[in-house]
Each structure stands twice: as structure tokens, then as C-alpha cells.
Design a protein around this ligand. Structure first.
Ligand code: ATP
Length: 520
């Protein structure tokens, strides 16, 4: 690996009202290295990347690219320099093909469609990420969609690839494929900037790391000479717990029952649920694994009341087995339901509303309204309580949801829902984008709620998390649901088969030691 600097960011500063997101940041990346950018939620990682990619303008500081000072005023300038970025949320048009999507971003550089399709095919195969240029995005898995984003960057004479939390949407197999591609890229001289909260991936993959804390660089390290724990300590300091002891529970009475729930797909991209049977007991956590787009959204909508099925009695809550299919979300909340959706900006929170109003959104039944009037002091008290308890980094409760970093908003939404002391808590990706310290705090809160008798259903693509906190674990694939087993009795290979739709009936005879080994 060459020692010549590809990128040097020096004295980079960016302030927002009430906070300095980046304070005199220094970041240096060499040719052909995989460099990790690490830090707690709100440390300033995304802000720094947005400045490098020309989305946000720095207040001060310089960027030197291959030895020359540059001004990156917009993403097209970054792309012109050979800088590509894959965001956490893909920006692809579902109804267009792979080629059409890539052509839209490349603009004049795309050439004619036939030549571009041939380039896509050749490049994707060369980097072990085969893509059919004529496939519509709607028919691709999440992993394949990520390939489209990466291949789009590769077509640009790429010199630096920025990946923001790239593995949170991938299966274990896809993660390994991605790592192979990244190693191939760096062996050819391309540099990679890797943002992740999954520290075992950082120690496996990255050659160097820069650690940010509260907008400032607090250290550098060689992750291969560190452990996940030592890096976590550099990120969060000594005072915060970075692991919890998750005891399994067996649960008591059933709170939520789903009996033979089947639905029809409403739109071209929806999945029909097929004969789903599932029970969630009070005092247990049921985990559902699955690759995005396999019916998770439809199942959660059917349970939360976003989709109402007036004629059905497939879903019941509580001791009296009250059918809830025809009830709206508020009526279901009044029966004890709390819900953390996957989409935090939009469905979990209203971006332009402040944190007080966002706290009120789902909690107004908990004594915050009297005779039709809002009790402002109680709303402020609730918002401040959530901010304090879940260590949400924000200048104050008057700040909008949109101004919070991704992980901090997630903490706020999770805190708001747990605070309602629900009888049935449904969470989609509870710790998505959340740093290690906050993950532990959220898991602790979930376990406390479970031990107090709450029935909890978690849908996630993060297998580590599901193995850690579920009492029973299964998978969803193409609208059908697998059997459920305690994580210790479910080898990860078997769960992977279930995620691919290969359910069997002998699941209870699986050698439990393999499942336990996964957790070691
Ligand atoms: N547009 C904005 N307006 C106001 N404040 C902002 C804005 N964008 C970011 N911030 C603030 O800047 C700080 C850094 O945010 P940033 O998104 O860079 O953090 P991060 O390290 O990427 O966090 P995460 O791991 O949660 O994604 C946070 O305190 C955030 O609230």
C-alpha cells in the first residue's frame, strides 16, 4: 500500500444553531486503504461526509485531494474527482431498470443505453457483484440494490468510495461478498471510507480509523490491532456500559395472537401475507428475521392498524382475545400497543415538528391533554425526560426531529414508545444506526419492559441483535412465516435457510450447540 495521501481534510468546521457538528476536524486517507470513521450518534460523521461529497458547505477548513487543494461545491464536483458515495438510504427509482437508474446519475457521461448496459454488466462481474442491467429495481433484493449504487460509483473512475452503514441492510453472506469487493477495489488502489457502528466488521476489514467525539477528532487507531471493546471505549469513554447480560425468558399468557392471517398484495411492489400464525406472550421477546421486502412491512401494518381489515378476525389482543383487525392505530394503542416503525423520518416522527410535538404525537392519551387543551408543561417534561433518559444529543426540546442525527432520532422514538409502558410493543429495527452505548441502553430498556410483562415483537435484519435479545426467533420470507425456536436451538445457517424460504418441519431437532456457537 502506498503512503501517498489521497485525501486530507484539515481544520474542517461546521456549526448548526446550538451545536458545532464538526470542530477543526482532521482526516487523512491513503491510497488503497479502507479507513473507518467511527463515533457515537451525533459525533459528526455524516456531516463530515456530506462536506466531502459536496452536499454541505464547510464554515472553515481545507480539503486536499491527491496533493491539490479543492473546493467541492456539489456532488457532481465530487464525482468528477472520483469520489463516490453510497448513502444508507438508496436513491433508486423502483419502476426504472438498473441501466436507466445509473444513466440518470451519470448524465452526459452515461453514453447510449446499449453501451452503458454493457459497461454495467462488465464492471459488475469484474468486481464480483453481477447485475442484470435490464432488471427493474423493484425486482431486486436490498443487496442487489446496493450493488447498483456501488457499480454506479465504479463507472466513474473511482478513487474514493464512501459507504455509510453499508452492512445494516445485508445478509451475512452479502456482507462477506461486499468485503471481498472492497478488498479487490483497494488492491487496485481505490480508497474506501467506511462508516459503521458494527465494530467487529471494522476490526475485520479496516486498515485505519479516525474516531470522532462531539464533533472533534479524539483518536486514530489500526483496527486490526484493536478489539471491538477497545474501539468502543475510544468512542464512548469509560463510563458507559458496552454489553448487557440478556437472560432468556419463557413468557406467560399470550397477549397477541395471529391466526391464519392472509392478505392480498395491494400494489405491484407489495407482498401478500400467506397464512401467518404467530403468538406473542406477555414477558417474552419474539424476533423475526428477514431480508427487507419479504412481507415485514405488510405484517407490521396489519398489526399496528395502518392497514385495517374490517371483515377479518385474524389478529387478537389481550386476555379476552379481542379481534383488532378493524380497529385503527389509536384504538389499538388504547388496548396497550406501542409501535416503532422502520421509517423514522416520516412515520416515526414528523421532520419539521419539534421534539415536544413529536413526543405528543403518540403520547397525547397519557395525561398531556385536558378538556381539549394541551398541557404544555407536561409535554415539555415528557420530551425532556426522553432526551435525558435516552441520552438524545440535541441543543433542546425545541429542535426539530429533522435536525437530529439518525441515531439520536431513533433513540428519541424508541424512548417515546417505551415510556408509554405498553402491553404490546412492536419494533422494527430498534437499534438501526444507533451507537454501541445507546444500543446497550435500548436493549436494557426492552428487557426491563419484557420482565415487567410486556409482549414484544421485534422485526430486524440485524441477526446479531436478534440472537442477542430474542427469546424465540424465526424468519419471514415472501409473506410466509417460519417456525420459531429459542436462539440457542437455531443455528444461524438454519435461520439463513428460513430467510430464503426454506422452512422445514424438523427444526426442533437441530443441534443446539451450533446456535450457541453463533452467540459466542
Ligand atoms: N441540518 C442540521 N441542522 C441542525 N443540526 C444538525 C443538522 N445536521 C446535523 N446536525 C447536528 O450535528 C450533529 C452531528 O450530526 P451527524 O448527523 O453528523 O452525526 P453522526 O455522527 O452522523 O450521527 P449518527 O451516527 O447518529 O448518524 C448532531 O448534533 C446533529 O443534531
Amino acid at each position: 500500500m502506498s503512503n501517498v495521501k489521497r485525501l486530507a481534510m484539515q481544520g474542517i468546521t461546521k456549526a448548526y444553531p446550538g451545536c458545532i457538528a464538526n470542530d477543526q476536524v482532521f482526516l487523512e486517507i491513503k491510497h488503497g486503504e479502507i479507513h473507518a470513521l467511527l463515533g457515537e450518534n451525533g459525533a459528526g460523521k455524516s456531516t463530515l461526509m456530506k462536506m466531502l461529497y459536496g452536499v454541505v458547505k464547510p464554515d472553515a477548513g481545507t480539503i486536499t485531494w491527491n496533493g491539490k487543494q479543492v473546493t467541492i461545491s456539489q456532488p457532481s464536483v465530487a464525482r468528477g474527482l472520483g469520489i463516490g458515495m453510497v448513502f444508507q438510504h438508496f436513491s433508486l427509482f423502483e419502476t426504472l431498470t438498473v441501466t436507466e437508474n445509473i444513466a440518470l446519475v451519470l448524465g452526459d457521461q452515461a453514453g447510449n443505453t446499449k453501451t452503458l448496459a454493457a459497461r454495467i454488466k462488465k464492471t459488475s462481474e469484474r468486481y464480483g457483484m453481477p447485475l442484470d442491467p435490464d432488471r427493474r429495481i423493484s425486482s431486486l433484493s436490498t443487496g442487489e440494490r446496493q450493488r447498483v449504487e456501488i457499480v454506479r460509483c465504479l463507472l466513474l473512475n473511482l478513487q474514493l468510495l464512501i459507504l455509510d452503514e453499508p452492512t445494516s441492510v445485508l445478509t451475512p453472506q452479502e456482507v462477506q461478498n461486499l468485503f471481498k469487493t472492497l478488498k479487490q477495489l483497494t488492491s487496485e488502489g481505490c480508497s474506501v471510507l467506511f462508516i459503521s457502528h458494527k465494530l467487529h466488521e471494522v476490526t475485520e476489514l479496516c486498515d485505519s480509523a479516525t474516531i470522532l467525539r462531539a464533533g472533534k477528532v479524539t483518536g486514530h487507531c489500526n483496527p486490526k490491532q484493536e478489539t471491538s471493546e477497545s474501539i468502543a471505549r475510544m468512542m464512548v469513554g469509560d463510563d458507559i456500559a458496552i454489553d448487557n447480560d440478556c437472560q432468556r425468558a419463557v413468557g406467560g399468557d399470550v397477549f397477541a395472537r395471529i391466526n391464519n392471517l392472509s392478505t392480498t398484495a395491494k400494489g405491484q411492489f407489495d407482498i401478500a401475507l400467506k397464512n401467518i400464525n404467530l403468538e406473542v406472550k406477555r414477558g417474552e421477546i419474539v424476533g423475526i428475521a428477514g431480508i427487507a421486502g419479504n412481507g415485514q412491512e405488510e405484517l407490521l401494518k396489519a398489526l399496528s392498524g395502518e392497514d385495517i381489515h374490517p371483515k377479518s378476525t385474524a389478529i387478537t389482543f389481550g386476555n379476552t382475545n379481542q379481534a383488532v383487525d378493524s380497529l385503527d392505530p389509536l384504538q389499538r394503542r388504547r388496548l396497550g400497543l406501542s409501535f416503532v416503525p422502520e421509517d423514522r423520518l416520516g412515520r416515526g416522527a414528523v421532520p419539521d415538528m419539534d421534539l415536544c410535538d413529536n413526543a405528543l404525537l403518540t403520547s397525547f392519551d397519557s395525561g398531556l391533554v385536558k378538556n381539549g387543551f394541551l398541557i404544555k408543561s407536561k409535554i415539555v417534561e415528557l420530551a425532556d425526560k426522553i432526551i435525558k433518559q435516552y441520552k438524545v444529543k440535541t441543543p433542546g426540546n425545541h429542535n426539530t426531529a429533522a435536525s437530529l442525527s439518525g441515531g439520536n432520532l431513533q433513540k428519541f422514538i424508541v424512548g417515546r414508545e417505551i415510556d408509554q409502558n405498553p402491553q404490546f410493543l412492536i419494533m422494527s429495527h430498534p437499534t438501526w444506526g444507533v451507537d454501541i452505548g445507546a444500543q446497550v441502553a435500548i436493549h436494557e430498556a426492552i428487557l426491563t419492559l419484557r420482565d415487567a410483562g410486556c409482549a414484544i415483537l421485534i422485526v430486524s435484519e440485524d441477526l446479531d441483535e436478534l440472537y442477542k435479545i430474542s427469546d424465540r426467533l424465526g424468519a419471514i420470507c415472501d409473506g410466509s412465516i417460519s417456525p420459531f425456536l429459542p436462539p440457542e436451538d437455531l443455528p444461524v445457517v438454519k435461520l439463513g435457510q428460513w430467510m430464503a424460504g426454506d422452512f422445514d418441519t424438523e427444526s426442533t431437532q437441530i443441534n443446539s450447540t451450533i446456535g450457541a456457537a453463533h452467540n459466542d
